[in-house]
Design a protein around this ligand. Structure first.
Ligand code: FAD
Length: 358
């Protein structure tokens, strides 16, 4: 069976690794680079990691593992009748096609947005790094995990870092948890401007509802836009992302989607962890096993030296288990947790919560 995967991110590569022994696997990737780690980009920008360490697999590794890698090739259309993926470098026939095309960074929609950078690719990271080394300071827009990871690492590296967030809550958490994370990051040197919506930008700074923040380098890190265009052009159903069922099937026969481009039950995964979990399930399905993907939110982050795990559903009644873990309950059943600064505990709680699900 020929499995063709669009995208060489964590979803695409995990699937290829799981299938390449049994099947003829091809990855089509528009960037001209082997797989690299997006979660480590802010560590690279901060100077904690040399560029080569972002690449866990060499080109030789792909060859040795029997994975055909078509780099610098953009998938343009899925010809579903002929079962062929049309790329700008030629056609690739498939028996099963998997769209693992990820997402791009959401652009700010304010006047002067050309003065604001975004962070998604290594190229973006290189530009931010170069500008940061000149400026020595940065203003980051956003209160989600990408913004906080970047802020924490850059503050730890000694840069002046301001975070501008239109809301009050970080990571969408409740006030108490959000304040704990803010305090940790403030301790690392991050300056927060919360409840502060950006209105416009110019070369020298950012105009917000609560005043002008000077600083030439501005990075927008709030949210993602799933890459659904290939699917839409090919007549495949999409909402915010490419719509899939719990077998990760799209509306087209033998076409699947995983990772940041896929939408299941109204939810876009948005993390490498989800992309990898979906890839593992899809590998089993394509190998003929009985498997389905059960959405379960679980994400582990590191902001400077401070780890944060967000597990399961984090709404409703929350109680502190101790000073590091807040557990959320539905009746007597634990349905979610937020764990601060203790990865081991996070892993234990993740297991308990996952196993306790109906
Ligand atoms: P992607 O990694 O986006 O890969 C998709 C690939 O498809 C891309 O290489 C793209 O070039 C290619 N592609 C797209 N369209 C086409 C086309 N038409 N033809 C050919 N190729 C195409 N997640 C975590 O779990 N933990 C973290 O700590 C974390 N930190 C992050 C920090 C940063 C700075 C960023 C940007 C992201 C972070 N994430 C983190 C999120 C994580 O990186 C993504 O959720 C993950 O990369 C999604 O994997 P994916 O395989 O779905 O897509």
């Amino acid at each position: 069976m020929r499995v063709v995967i669009v995208g060489n991110g964590p979803g695409g590569i995990e699937l290829a690794k799981n299938l390449s022994r049994e099947f003829d696997v091809t990855i089509v990737e528009r960037e001209n680079l082997p797989h690299y780690s997006r979660p480590m980009l802010s560590h690279y920008i901060a100077g904690f990691l040399p560029e080569e360490k972002l690449f866990p697999y060499s080109l030789d590794w792909y060859e040795k593992n029997g994975i055909n890698l078509l780099l610098g090739a953009e998938a343009k259309l899925i010809d579903r009748l002929r079962k062929v993926l049309v790329t700008d470098k030629g056609e690739v026939p498939y028996d099963a096609l998997v769209i693992a095309a990820g997402a791009r960074a959401r652009e700010p929609s304010i006047p002067g947005r050309e003065h604001i950078l975004t962070l998604r690719t290594l190229e973006d990271a290189k530009l931010i790094k170069e500008r940061l080394e000149d400026e020595g300071e940065v203003t980051i827009l956003g209160g989600g995990f990408i913004a906080l990871e970047l802020a924490g690492n850059l503050a730890k590296a000694g840069y002046t870092v301001r975070v501008v967030h239109r809301g009050e809550a970080l990571l969408g958490l409740d006030r108490e948890l959000s304040e704990r994370i803010r305090e940790e990051l403030e301790g690392a040197g991050v300056e927060f401007h919360l409840k502060s919506q950006a209105i416009s930008a110019d070369e020298d700074g950012l105009n917000t509802e609560t005043g002008y923040i000077p600083g030439k380098l501005k990075v927008c890190a709030f949210g993602i836009v799933p890459n659904r265009e290939l699917a839409v052009k090919s007549g495949i159903h999409a909402g915010r992302g490419i719509l899939v069922d719990d077998h990760l099937r799209t509306s087209a026969r033998d076409v699947y989607a995983i990772g940041d481009c896929a939408e299941l039950g109204g939810i876009i995964g948005g993390t490498a962890k989800t992309a990898v979990e979906q890839a593992k399930v899809l590998a089993r399905i394509l190998a003929g096993e009985e498997a389905s993907y059960v959405p379960f939110r679980s994400a582990f982050f590191k902001f400077a030296d401070f780890s944060v795990a967000v597990i399961g559903q984090i709404r409703g009644r929350g109680e502190w288990l101790d000073e590091k873990a807040r557990v959320f309950y539905d009746g007597e059943r634990a349905i979610g947790a937020v764990v601060l600064g203790d990865l081991r505990k996070a892993l234990r709680l993740e297991k308990i919560i996952r196993e306790g699900l109906p």
